[in-house]
Design a protein around this ligand. Structure first.
Ligand code: PHB
Length: 400
């Protein structure tokens, strides 16, 4: 919704409330008007619409809207009023932006976001305000560990989940010495935790950890260092537009085909066209793959491509599942969000029939899901198999 409409509707609301106050003292009108005003569910998107993660934000919003539209465009029988804030993947504005939705727009549901640092701001606002918050991407561990909350549900992954499945396939190929490279912020550092755990447990050695600040894309010096270290493999976390650049620079540095490149699967999501031949042969682990051969995935992909003239990726799936979760949760309480115990119970126990495969919520409100091993072949993320079955995050420290 744009700003003029919003301020118009707020003015209207204020003048109506003044009228209501007068009328109610005369014992008139109040119940009808209050019920009418409360009838729409206010849903706010806090997502990146600019910067390296912009296309991720758009895919998530598309997915949410599509899932809800498929079920009639309402939540628990109530119409929806949408709100949007561009969080720019800027952690320093996280709290302020979340409050634009929670305090200014008075949303009932906040859907956001992509970037783990920004998520920490949303988490604070969600915990302080009690607003229902759905995390459609950001994997920051604290959100479903030490800072978990009854009103916060994640439909995506925890940062260490995809890489918990990465170490073994590398060792199975005899790649015993690896360099790790990432952006130095929570998503990269926590993806490293999963990689380190799985790779060292399988017997691998991490010879060097390399990093650069988010959203920096000056990879050259680091690639030169990798060439001189000559590891058996490289493993990484990058995502969004920068991931395509990383793969192109890797190939241009002469490393493609010489030192196998592995990644947390975000590396090849939504960027295969942009990366072109540089993505060929990249192995990764993730809770989704385009080529999953199930009727559910095919139906989703056809519908999404038809509607948005874009191929869906993991972000679209996570948005779609956020929409599905809300449809099912609000249906269970017939749209009555004041019945929090029943609403949270429904959100906790519902099974999501996702394009990625069926998944359920852990006690800490994070998906328990299969992780797939994929390889890029002819511009497609081809599934090689399930690398980890029904993988749950540890949920360590969460007291719900
Ligand atoms: C994150 O910041 O948590 C994040 C961002 C993009 C991804 C995955 C994780 O693809």
């Amino acid at each position: 919704m744009n700003a003029p409409t919003r301020s118009f509707s707020r003015r209207l609301l204020l003048s109506r409330s003044a009228a209501v106050a007068g009328a109610s003292s005369a014992g008139l009108l109040l119940p009808q008007i209050v019920r009418a005003q409360g009838s729409k569910v206010r849903v706010g998107f806090m997502l990146p619409y600019t910067g390296t993660y912009a296309q991720l934000g758009v895919a998530i919003e598309n997915g949410v809207r599509m899932a809800i539209a498929e079920k009639g465009g309402k939540l628990g029988g109530r119409e929806i009023e949408w709100f949007k804030v561009d969080d720019e993947s800027e952690p320093s504005k996280g709290v302020e932006n979340a409050n634009k939705l929670v305090q200014r727009d008075k949303v009932d549901i906040l859907i956001g976001t992509v970037h783990s640092g920004v998520q920490m701001g949303i988490q604070k606002v969600a915990r302080d305000s009690g607003v229902l918050s759905i995390i459609p991407n950001a994997g920051v561990l604290a959100a479903t560990r030490a800072l978990c909350a009854p009103n916060v549900f994640r439909t995506s992954f925890s940062n260490s989940q995809p890489t918990m499945a990465l170490g073994k396939p590398m060792m199975d190929k005899g790649l015993k010495k690896a360099v790790w490279i990432t952006w130095k912020y929570a998503a990269g550092d926590e993806a490293f935790e999963g990689f380190k755990d799985s790779y060292t447990k399988a017997g691998g050695t991490i010879v060097k950890e390399l990093g650069l600040p988010f959203p920096n894309v000056e990879f050259q010096a680091l690639l030169t260092e990798i060439a001189s270290l000559k590891p058996d493999a490289v493993a990484c976390f990058f995502a969004g537009a920068a991931a395509a650049k990383f793969m192109k620079d890797y190939a241009a540095a002469g490393l493609q085909g010489k030192i196998p490149l592995y990644g947390s699967g975000f590396l090849t999501e939504g960027v295969l066209q942009a990366a072109g031949p540089a993505a060929e042969g990249v192995y990764s682990t993730l809770h989704y793959a385009d080529s999953l051969d199930t009727p559910r995935n095919k139906q989703f992909r056809t519908a999404y491509a038809g509607q948005f003239k874009l191929q869906p990726d993991v972000y679209a799936v996570q948005g779609y599942d956020s929409g599905q979760l809300l449809v099912q949760g609000l249906a269970a309480v017939k749209g009555d969000m004041s019945n929090k115990a029943a609403l949270y119970k429904a959100l906790e126990t519902t099974v999501i029939d996702s394009p990625r495969g069926k998944w359920s919520m852990s006690k800490a409100h994070n998906p328990v899901q299969d992780i797939y091993l994929r390889v890029v072949e002819k511009g497609d993320n081809k599934v090689l198999g399930v690398a980890a079955k029904a993988l749950a995050d540890s949920g360590t420290g969460c007291k719900l």
